[in-house]
Design a binder for this molecule. Structure first.
Ligand code: CO
Length: 147
């Protein structure tokens, strides 16, 4: 396992679209998951990390919230609430930058876990916000685009 270097804006990789992961159980992907987890551990209070932020253009992101770790492979938002709320948001690729942003209060996400099994995650509040933020990363969208 190793701690990965987190790319910061305006690194051009942050603007690229990530590709779908065909086989989540590939050793390369499993290793990336371990490394991203370790990287998040090291950054302390990080809520989420997306693979493009460590220079890997694959659809993988990790969220840690309330003692739970969510590993999402090929995540897709399948529905979102019309109701939105504003909250201050940060990003590891923008050290020290926080912006109040409007996001859907609730989302429903379909993804695969690290074993390649599909699951549906219904989220609201901070988890819903983190999901929207991280899934945006996989499409080259950054939180500064949302203002
Ligand atoms: Co971010």
């Amino acid at each position: 396992m190793s701690v990965l270097n987190i790319l910061t804006y305006p690194n051009e990789l942050l603007r690229k679209k990530s590709t779908e992961i065909r086989n989540p159980k590939d050793s390369e992907i499993q290793e990336l998951i371990f490394d991203m987890l370790e990287t998040m551990e090291k950054t302390g209070n990080a809520l989420g990390l997306a693979a493009p932020q460590v220079g890997k253009l694959v659809q993988l992101c990790i969220i840690k919230l309330d003692g739970k770790t969510y590993i999402l492979i090929n995540p897709k938002i399948i529905s979102h609430s019309w109701k939105k709320e504003v909250c201050e948001e940060g990003c590891l690729s923008f050290p020290g930058k926080f912006i109040p942003l409007k996001r859907s209060q609730k989302v429903k996400v379909k993804a695969k876990n690290r074993n390649g099994e599909e699951f549906i995650l219904k989220a609201n509040g901070l988890l819903a916000r983190a999901l929207q933020h991280e899934i945006d990363h996989l499409r080259g969208i950054l939180f500064i685009d949302k203002t």
